[in-house]
Design a protein around this ligand. Sequence first.
Ligand SMILES: C[S@@+](CC[C@H](N)C(=O)[O-])C[C@H]1O[C@@H](n2cnc3c(N)ncnc32)[C@H](O)[C@@H]1O
Length: 185
Amino acid sequence: MGKLKSIYKAVTSVVYRWAMSLEEAELLMRYTRDGDHLEIGTLWGGSAIGVAMAKQSGEVYCIDPFNYTDKIAGRGERKVTIEEVKENIAMLGVTTVHLYKQKHPPMPPSLEKHKFDTALIDGEHTLDACLANWMDVKDRVDKYILFHDIDFVRRVKPVWKLALQDPEWKFVEVAEDMGVVRRIT
Ligand SMILES: C[S@@+](CC[C@H](N)C(=O)[O-])C[C@H]1O[C@@H](n2cnc3c(N)ncnc32)[C@H](O)[C@@H]1O
């Protein structure tokens, strides 16, 4: 089994849900291998922990209110807590994930001047929230920005299209509902 697949298996065996397919998770882990990574929308920690485990360098900075009520068909409702996310991180032996319990935007004051190599936008999937994430994040990231759920036609897709038209960014790749853009200037 490949390294990224075994990370996906290890993480999904610990967290309540990693809200990404294997193919999407592999794409995310490939493009976030180097440098500091910003994550908007962490849920149970799946994507943040996976990225941290696959990394060759850098750390992972996560912004989320950590109060989401997750609903899975057949499994009922369960509310995320920051304590459970911290337990998930510790259980997988990861020490490079930093949690910020708040909505984005704004950026946490201690990260205001921080530059990131990569970012994932996977927070509130409304048009206004996703647009606000993109507008604030795009000038803080030097290499790649990934968007999850670009199939959300009236909510995420218009922001993904805006990113594709941005003169500073260029299309790279899509896997299922995950898209990647790269900074070109
Ligand atoms: C789809 S889930 C994220 C899934 C996660 N990346 C994963 O792979 O498992 C969306 C998350 O966004 C969070 N969220 C909602 N509004 C937010 C905001 N304004 N800023 C940051 N996170 C937000 C929710 O609390 C929820 O945990």
